[in-house]
Design a protein around this ligand. Structure first.
Ligand code: 5GP
Length: 175
C-alpha cells in the first residue's frame, strides 16, 4: 500500500476536508432552519463524505441511499444505470442529494430527472468535489466542498478499481 501511495499527489489534506465539511454542514443547517431533511447519498463514492457531513448537521434528518454506475474501469461509459433506488418515498419532502464528485455531470442530470419524478417539495445538491470539465452543471450544485483539477482523484470515498476509498485525504495519480 505504501508504495502505491507514493504514486499519489495529495490534493486535499484531511484537516482541510474536516474544516470544509463542518462549514458545509453549518450552511445547510442555516438554509433549512430546522425543517426536517432527507439526505440521499449516492453510493458508493459519497459514503464517507455523507457520514461526516450528517454528523455535523444539528437538526432532524433521515438518511437514504441509492446506487448508480456510470464508470467502467475508470472511464466514463456515458451510460448511467440505476443499481438500486432509495427505500423511502420523498414526495413532499425537502431532499438533499449528496454526491462524491461531479465530472461530466451525466450522473447528476440523470439523478435530478429521476428524483424529480418522485415529487419532493425541494431538491438540492451537495457534492464533495466538483471537476471543472466544461459540463456547465455548476449552477445546479447548491453546495460544493472543493474544486479539483481535471485529473483522476481518489480517497475519502472515491476509488480506483475498488481501491483507495478509505484514504483520509484526496489524491491524484502522478502523471
Ligand atoms: P459524471 O457523471 O459527472 O461524469 O461522473 C460522476 C461519477 O463518476 C462520480 O460519482 C464518480 O463515481 C465517478 N468519477 C468521476 N470523476 C472521478 C474521479 O476523478 N475519480 C473517481 N474516483 N471517480 C470519478
Amino acid at each position: 500500500m505504501l508504495c502505491m501511495l507514493q504514486n499519489l499527489d495529495i490534493l486535499i489534506r484531511h484537516d482541510a476536508i474536516q474544516k470544509r465539511v463542518k462549514e458545509l454542514a453549518q450552511e445547510i443547517e442555516k438554509n433549512y432552519q430546522g425543517r426536517p431533511l432527507v439526505v440521499v447519498g449516492v453510493l458508493k463514492g459519497a459514503f464517507i463524505f455523507m457520514a461526516d457531513l450528517v454528523r455535523h448537521i444539528e437538526m432532524p434528518l433521515a438518511c437514504d441511499f441509492l446506487r448508480v454506475s456510470s464508470y467502467n474501469k475508470d472511464r466514463s461509459t456515458g451510460v448511467v444505470r440505476m443499481d438500486f433506488d432509495m427505500t423511502q418515498p420523498i414526495v413532499g419532502k425537502d431532499v438533499l442529494l449528496v454526491e462524491d464528485i461531479v465530472d461530466s455531470g451525466r450522473t447528476l442530470s440523470y439523478l435530478l430527472k429521476h428524483m424529480e419524478t418522485k415529487k419532493p417539495s425541494s431538491l438540492k445538491v451537495c457534492s464533495f468535489l466538483y471537476k471543472e470539465t466544461g459540463a456547465g452543471m455548476r449552477a445546479r450544485v447548491d453546495y460544493i466542498g472543493f474544486d479539483v483539477p481535471d485529473r483522476y482523484v481518489v480517497g475519502y470515498g472515491l476509488d480506483s478499481e475498488g481501491l483507495y476509498r478509505s484514504l483520509p485525504y484526496v489524491g491524484a495519480f502522478k502523471e
